[in-house]
Design a protein around this ligand. Structure first.
Ligand code: DAH
Length: 358
């Protein structure tokens, strides 16, 4: 029993003397661990007679509990003092300057697409997408471009290498093939807006080989040119944030619409400065028309039952006009100084007047 008392005192002294959590854990292992001192002593119980073993066993259990309780209490004290020490040493200097936050900006192309989608969404238009790599059928044939028709040349197409069977894929030259895919996929009524990348082999101040278009398509019963006109007039006024904007529908030609029109908006060009909304000049803004019956038939829609209108606009072009960006090629230079100047904070989307959320 003396031995037990000595061990008790020694262990309680070690617990009390532990300076930190690591050495306290060392005491725990050396007392209660598999090869610990209490454990080793308890092994000696085997050789005792049953009476002595019983009382010694009880005494060992009391000692074990006492040491375990002391360990827990000391652990709580040490944890507490470690936290206090950290609180005392780790101070926060609120006068330090903040680290600069590198916040991304929205490219004017993304901003412009968002704005256009925001304008058409309340009119019931949904966003549709199609592949950048198209086939001849969706990009030309279904859109009523006759074989070898010069309109196919008009588009300066990038063709992919011919496949063994002779077919040739291409990078879509416009977003109009998305019209075809939507009409093949779903039944009217259809109201879609298809923004996306388009490709033509061209490069100068107003052309880049990759650019963006937004296609609109409406198919329903009894759709007529009046619907097309009001839809486009509402759009240009909302986009340019002008209550009054002279608009002109000028007859034009596209293989996939009949009749076809190009839309001009009023502007002035005084002293080399372009001003939208006033003046005696006109500025072309988009192409549109009533969907050609041949296109409806090619897409499995009966032209005697359904009609519709379509339009297509160049995203870079309308972005340049609204935000005064003079050279198209700078859109794709990946120059951060340019983006800091022309970019938009992500939460500003869309920034249109006329009741849209900021
Ligand atoms: N796809 C035409 C182009 O790239 C633009 C266009 C014009 C689309 C008239 C249309 C449309 O849907 O009706 O030049």
């Amino acid at each position: 029993m003396d031995q037990l008392e000595q061990l008790r005192e020694a262990l309680l002294a070690e617990v009390a003397g532990a300076a930190d959590l690591t050495s306290l854990d060392g005491v725990r292992v050396s007392a209660l661990g598999k090869k610990g001192r209490i454990t080793a002593m308890m092994k000696g119980l085997g050789g005792m007679d049953p009476e002595a073993r019983k009382s010694a066993g009880q005494a060992f259990n009391v000692l074990k509990d006492e040491v375990a309780t002391a360990l827990d209490a000391k652990k709580a004290v040490l944890e507490e003092s470690e936290i206090s020490a950290r609180l005392a040493s780790e101070t926060l200097d609120v006068s330090l300057p903040v680290r600069p936050v590198t916040e991304g900006l929205l490219h004017p192309i993304s901003q412009t697409i968002e704005e256009v989608v925001e304008i058409f969404a309340p009119m019931g238009f949904e966003v549709a997408e199609g592949p950048d790599i198209e086939d001849d059928f969706h990009n030309f044939t279904a859109l009523n471009f006759p074989p070898d028709h010069p309109a196919r040349e008009m588009h300066d197409t990038f063709f992919l290498p011919r496949q063994p069977g002779g077919t040739r894929h291409l990078l879509r030259t416009h977003t109009s093939p998305v019209q075809v895919r939507v009409m093949q996929d779903k039944k009217p009524p259809i109201r879609i807006l298809a923004p996306g990348r388009t490709y033509r082999c061209d490069y100068d101040i107003t052309h880049t080989p990759m650019f963006h278009q937004i296609e609109g398509l409406v198919i329903d019963k009894a759709i007529h040119m009046g619907h097309l006109k009001s839809c486009i007039i509402e759009f240009v006024k909302a986009y340019f944030e002008l209550d009054e904007l002279p608009t002109r529908f000028r007859p034009s030609y596209f293989p996939f619409t009949e009749p076809s029109a190009e839309v001009d908006i009023g502007c002035s060009r005084e002293n080399g400065e372009l001003k939208i909304g006033a003046g005696a000049d006109w500025l072309e803004i988009l192409g549109c028309g009533m969907v050609h019956p041949n296109v409806l038939s090619a897409c499995g829609i009966d032209p005697d039952e359904y009609q519709g209108f379509a339009f297509g606009l160049g995203v870079e072009r309308i972005a340049m006009l609204k935000y005064g960006i003079p050279d198209l090629r700078t859109f794709y230079d990946s120059d951060l100084r340019w983006l800091r100047h022309y970019g938009f904070a992500a939460l500003d989307v869309p920034t249109l007047a006329g009741g849209l959320s900021q």
